[in-house]
Design a protein around this ligand. Structure first.
Ligand code: SIN
Length: 188
């Protein structure tokens, strides 16, 4: 199975004594299963959240991948999420968790009060082997409704994300449209 954790370890030379900001925009918003020093709602500009990445290890299986979010470049968009200040040793856990195609990139994040910081974000780019790409939002909802994996149902991933975005006061037509389609599907 795809495993980007080795590559991620090589991508950034981090000072073990220097905390790093990590921007989360998917499950990292609502599932903080790692220690952090502080967390603050934040957004990054020029990116849109999309359910275009396959999940073979968390919300699907190698034979029946689920759909999870990644970021795609979109000049006019901004993506709201949660920023965590973490010590670099936490990346061992995060690189493993995000190993199915995500690579760490540097980004500038803007906090609620307008303050900015440089940090890292996991993005699954369209050239990774688990990328599924664009589809109609209705089709994405149907795909999510029938998928599940070791971390639980793909439905819960979507619903928890939508709930977390509402708590942050974030606008995200793509996620909320897929949620609406999913909730209108007949029970399986
Ligand atoms: C993220 O949450 O920042 C990455 C995608 C995910 O793990 O759902």
């Amino acid at each position: 199975m795809l495993d980007t954790s080795e590559e991620n370890r090589r991508r950034h030379i981090l000072d073990p004594n220097q905390p790093v900001w990590l921007f989360g925009y998917g499950s990292l918003i609502y599932k903080a299963d790692f220690p952090f020093i502080e967390r603050r709602p934040a957004s990054i500009h020029g990116w849109a959240r999309r359910f275009w990445q396959g999940s073979h290890d968390h919300r699907g299986t190698p034979d029946r991948p689920g759909r999870v979010v990644t970021l795609v470049a979109a000049a006019q968009s901004s993506c709201t999420g949660m920023a965590y200040r973490i010590t670099p040793d936490v990346f061992d856990h995060l690189d493993h968790r995000e190993k199915n195609g995500y690579l760490r990139f540097t980004t500038t994040m803007t906090f609620g009060d307008g303050e900015q910081a440089e940090g890292l974000v996991y993005i699954a780019t369209e050239d990774n082997a688990a990328f599924l790409g664009q589809a109609e939002e209705q089709a994405i909802a149907a795909h999510i409704a029938r998928s599940e994996g070791p971390s639980g149902s793909n439905r819960d991933y979507l619903l928890h994300l939508a709930e977390a975005l509402r708590s942050l006061g974030a606008e995200d037509d793509h996620v909320f449209t897929i949620e609406r389609h999913l909730l209108s599907l007949p029970p399986a």
